[in-house]
Design a protein around this ligand. Structure first.
Ligand code: F6P
Length: 540
């Protein structure tokens, strides 16, 4: 059965035709918004988070139909299959068990294996953090350089920055991902080899960018005076391919394992999160896992109609598939969550940016939206103009942290005020009549510029404070939103074949840029000309 033929789908289509012209400001008008109010009916708690969905273009009937769609599309079944360790990633024939990495229950799949690796990480992290792990000249480690890309970079980088207020003052954590030498070079300029630990993180341990940076880092240590037989004091590896790590030259005891049932973009909970543990310590790392586990339990246990990931996912589908929205804005009103949007770009777009259905057909409806974002209030002074007055509908997730993690408390009222005022303004808008009053007599043309369409949907996600627990729950919330949407769209959220072709052709092009001579007929005229320019610039 295709998605469009599900009864709830056609019911939602008719429902859309009936309510899409209605206005949020009318629904919120005091005479219409009687007890229990929209805010009361449409605000839900789960996993330690609170989400206000009331400024979305939904009614109680919309939610009922969206939940029916989730049921008819098999969200519950697929959720349970994932938690149980069934082979839900069918194209790679793998289970998907990032939830097992944070499960507190001893009955969870792979529990002993997971705990043993975590204990090994903690023993290592303690030694680095207390200064007993020293470099080749006997000095303690002061710089950690995480070399990885995609899931081996974005998650740990986002969390390390988010929890900066809990970080060890003795250690600076750096992230190098890009094959652009500038990325590594800029970090090398800031660090001292005697005091540096490199973590090479790659699930496959074959990724071009990571291996190039890892080899350059190794050469740098030797150039800086580290004897080859002392390199093991400066390198650890994280991978599901330990044999390759050892081949690279990392001592066997310095290899931390992850497993093929952990997807790269779902892996920060595994040894891939070693940089997090080094920065904030094993206890805080555990708290991050506990927060995620709390959200996992909410996702498994709460009725669909009160289930945060289900509601987030289904409301997203409402805009993407019925309103035709193209992108979702993530607006954390938290500087510490600066890297959340880029982390979510991989999570959502690499997971659900697909056209092949699970049974090998093709979708005839849009799947993942473009994810983008910046922390507030910065975005307000850059692109919010378009959100308020552009013709495009862009649903927004506002993320508000209610208490600050720093002592500048007076900033916080201003920060939260801006967050809440933006969602109010986007919802209310300003009618032409109201704008005319603002413009003043005889200024009709100006009034058009001063009017705001309003009716712009927003969701406000609230964290009481930015703690490892609340952050863990927030990340797990989005992970499960992806599962919900992927299930409805009937795509495999856990593979990423779309990155393969570029990788294959990249190797061919690289060989042609560096070769003594090139066969121009091998490529199209555009690519050949580009290669020729690179050869000239690099004097090949
Ligand atoms: O090319 C995409 C990808 O495979 C991502 O899915 C992954 O997170 C990233 O590359 C890095 O892969 P690895 O951890 O194997 O180096």
């Amino acid at each position: 059965m295709t998605l469009n033929s599900l009864p709830a789908w056609s019911a939602l289509q008719s429902h859309y035709d009936a309510i899409s012209g209605e206005r949020l400001r009318d629904w919120f008008a005091p005479q219409n918004d009687t007890a229990p109010t929209r805010a009361e009916r449409l605000t839900f708690d789960g996993g330690g988070l609170t989400i206000d969905f009331s400024k979305n273009r939904i009614t109680d009937a919309t939610l009922e139909l969206l939940i029916q769609l989730a049921e008819q599309a098999g969200v519950t079944k697929r959720r349970d299959a994932m938690f149980n360790g069934d082979i839900v990633n069918i194209t790679e024939e793998r289970a998907v068990l990032h939830t097992a990495l944070r499960a507190q229950s001893p009955d969870a799949p792979f529990h002993q294996q997971v705990q043993a690796e975590k204990a090994k990480m903690a023993a290592f992290a303690d030694k680095v953090r207390d200064g007993s792990w020293t470099g080749y000249s006997g000095k303690r480690i002061r710089h950690v350089v995480n070399i990885g890309i995609g899931g081996s970079d974005l998650g740990p980088k986002m969390v390390v920055h988010a929890l900066h207020h809990l970080a060890s003052k003795e250690l600076d954590t750096h992230f190098v991902s890009n094959v652009d030498g500038a990325d590594l070079y800029n970090v090398l300029e800031q660090i001292d080899a005697e005091e540096t630990l490199a973590i090479i993180v790659s699930k496959t341990f074959t990724t071009l960018e990571t291996m190039t940076n890892a080899h350059s880092m190794r050469n740098w240590f030797i150039q800086q005076g580290c004897p080859e037989d002392q390199l093991s004091k400066h390198f650890v590896g994280v991978s599901a391919n330990p044999a390759e790590v050892v081949k690279f030259g990392i001592a066997k005891e310095n290899v931390f394992e992850m497993w093929d049932w952990v997807g790269g973009r779902y892996s920060l909970w595994s040894a891939v999160g070693l940089s997090i543990m080094l920065s904030v310590g094993p206890k805080n790392f555990d708290a991050l896992l506990e927060g995620a586990d709390q959200m996992d339990r909410h996702f498994r246990e709460a009725p669909l109609a009160e289930n945060l990931p289900v509601l987030m996912g289904m409301i997203g589908i409402w805009y993407r598939n019925f309103f035709g929205s193209q992108s979702d804005l993530i607006a954390p009103y938290s500087q510490a969550l600066h890297y959340l949007p880029s982390y979510l770009q991989q999570l959502e777009m690499e997971s659900n940016g697909k056209s092949a259905t699970l049974d090998g057909g093709m979708v005839d409806y849009p799947t993942a939206a473009v994810i983008w974002g910046e922390p507030g209030t910065n975005g307000q002074h850059a692109f919010f103009q378009m959100l308020h007055q552009g013709p495009t509908l862009i649903p927004i997730d506002f993320i508000a942290v209610l208490t600050p993690e720093h002592p500048l408390v007076d900033h916080h009222a201003k920060l939260l005020a801006n967050c809440f005022a933006q969602s109010e303004a986007l919802m209310l808008g300003r009618t032409l009549e109201e704008a005319k009053k603002v413009a003043g007599p005889g200024k009709e043309a100006l009034a058009t510029h001063l009017s705001f369409p309003g009716n712009r949907p927003t969701t406000t996600i609230m964290l009481d404070a930015l703690t490892p627990q609340s952050l863990g729950a927030l990340i797990a919330l989005y992970e499960h939103k992806v599962l919900v949407q992927g299930t409805v769209w009937n795509v495999n959220s856990f593979d990423q074949w779309g990155v393969e072709l570029g990788k294959i052709l990249g190797k061919v092009v690289e060989a042609d840029i560096t070769a003594a001579s090139v066969d121009a007929s091998k490529h199209d005229s555009s690519t050949s000309a580009l290669i020729e320019r690179a050869r000239k610039a690099l004097k090949r």
